[in-house]
Design a protein around this ligand. Structure first.
Ligand SMILES: [Zn+2]
Length: 253
């Protein structure tokens, strides 16, 4: 099964596909966000809006562990996640799509592992699935690779923080990418993130962008993003193997 984790503004995915059923999944970590099974092309796809359907849960309160566990329970083995981000690079302007290939984790107080009771060190030398990233890049105008730096939020970053994040190697800054990618890896699922740049980080661009402009960009880009995801899904093979599916081999598990 393919899963889509939709970030802010990507909820219209469910409006553009046939809805088979909607349900809540109870997990050992509490309830996941409401899940909808969609038919996209001839494939059944699990859609999970990260902030729940009405966008009511802020990034630092999302139950990432329950969400990933629920997808695993529904036999999802490949996830396309969407994330809205700020750019730290003048060469990655608002409106860009980036399929990221690495991360820096500045989050705190989030449940970061399923392995609290035994010692498991999962490998994240390639934290995002290369196979899914290549599929996304080959089906749209998508920048191949970038470093996603994750903060807790919900406030935006200061100019000094943005300068530091850029200096230490971040390309994009967001609030929802971690620990989601790591939890998926711990459950041996392929996970990719397609990021939509909504704005430049504080002080990166000399030109101030208004919130109205941000909303305008996101509205146009979200439609393109759904097209890209549907096209990518239609081309993903049903049967495949990937190193992500064996990520616990040699991890101590
Ligand atoms: Zn993979």
């Amino acid at each position: 099964m393919i899963g889509i984790i939709g970030g802010s503004g990507v909820y219209e995915i469910a409006n553009r596909a046939e809805i088979i059923e909607t349900k809540e999944i109870k997990t050992p970590f509490g309830y996941s966000s409401e899940i909808t099974i969609l038919s996209i092309g001839n494939k059944n796809v699990v859609f999970l809006p990260r902030h729940t359907g009405s966008h009511s849960i802020p990034p630092h309160k999302i139950n990432y562990a329950a969400n990933i566990w629920a997808l695993k329970e529904l036999s999802v083995n490949q996830i396309i996640a969407t994330n809205a981000v700020g750019s730290l690079d003048l060469n990655i302007p608002p409106g860009s799509f980036v399929a990221v290939d690495d991360f820096i984790d500045f989050t705190t107080n989030r449940k970061k592992t399923f392995y609290d009771d035994k010692v498991v060190h999962v490998d994240v030398s390639e934290p995002y699935c290369n196979r899914l990233r290549e599929a996304l890049v080959s089906n749209g105008n998508v920048i191949d690779g970038g470093v996603y730096l994750c903060v807790d939020g919900p406030r935006f970053e200061t100019p000094a923080e943005i300068k530091m994040f850029k200096d230490i190697g971040g390309d994009l800054v967001g609030m929802t990418g971690l620990p989601e990618v790591v939890l998926a890896r711990e459950l041996e699922m392929c996970y990719s993130s397609i990021c939509t740049v909504s704005n430049f980080g504080a002080s990166i661009s000399p030109n101030k962008i208004t919130m109205d402009e941000v909303f305008e960009i996101m509205e146009v880009k979200n439609n393109e993003l759904v097209d890209l995801i549907f096209k990518t899904i239609s081309k993903l093979p049903e049967n495949f193997d990937c190193s992500c599916l064996h990520s616990l081999d040699g991890s101590g598990n």
